[in-house]
Design a protein around this ligand. Structure first.
Ligand code: COA
Length: 174
């Protein structure tokens, strides 16, 4: 299965404020930031612990990204060490009906405990933090993109969306 058969972790439209000093192409740091998010999301699939980025490697910017391009990042775990998780990240842009490969790279994440110390990827959570996660259940189809995700993740997402909506309602008396 190709990495692009997976659901993209990040899909975002590039705005003028994302450009470099010349104001034409998108700043590489903006693309790296989205890659980091995509890699982190992939890493979180294999551990219940918080993950931090320890390195970014072999990043190649193959083609410029333009304002109004839809930047799309996929992440795939390629290696699980003791405390580290290596993720290959692929970035393409959708420009009108064309898909253009723009960037590729590899990032390493480390599973950490509440104090930021490395912990084995597969180690159980502490009692205090285990309440925020649950064991993975059977996959369910994602209505938005028809890819398979764990029901646990969708439940968590729905809870966060409901809570965000409730916050907006309170703020706007809606
Ligand atoms: C990530 C961090 C917790 C690692 O701490 P550490 O004391 O160096 O931990 P270790 O030496 O035990 O290494 C932990 C794992 O990271 C890997 N690692 C460490 N440095 C690495 C590097 N430069 N490149 C790739 N992997 C690296 C180790 O190989 C090890 O993997 P393994 O357990 O699977 O064998 C620490 O460096 C840190 O907090 N960094 C800041 C992270 C951060 O804030 N990132 C956000 C962006 S600034």
């Amino acid at each position: 299965m190709s990495i692009k058969d997976k659901c993209p972790a990040v899909r975002v439209v590039m705005f003028p404020h994302d450009t470099n000093g010349t104001g034409t192409n998108i700043f590489g740091g903006v693309i790296l930031s989205h890659m980091d998010l995509a890699g982190g999301i992939a890493a979180r699939e294999v551990t219940d612990h918080r993950v931090v980025t320890v390195s970014f490697d072999k990043v190649v910017f193959k083609q410029p990204v333009h304002v109004n391009d839809v930047l799309t990042c996929w992440g795939e775990v390629t290696h699980i060490g003791n405390t580290s998780i290596t993720v290959h990240i692929v970035v393409e842009v959708q420009r009108k009906r064309e898909w253009i490969p723009v960037t590729e790279g590899e990032a390493v994440y480390v599973a950490v405990d509440d104090s930021g110390k490395p912990v084995p990827v597969t180690s159980p959570l502490t009692a205090a933090s285990s309440t925020i996660t649950a064991t993975t259940t059977s996959p369910a189809a994602c209505a938005a993109c028809a890819h398979k995700h764990s029901a646990t993740n969708q439940t968590g997402l729905m809870t966060r969306m409901k809570s965000t909506l409730a916050g907006w309602r309170r703020a706007w008396r809606w």
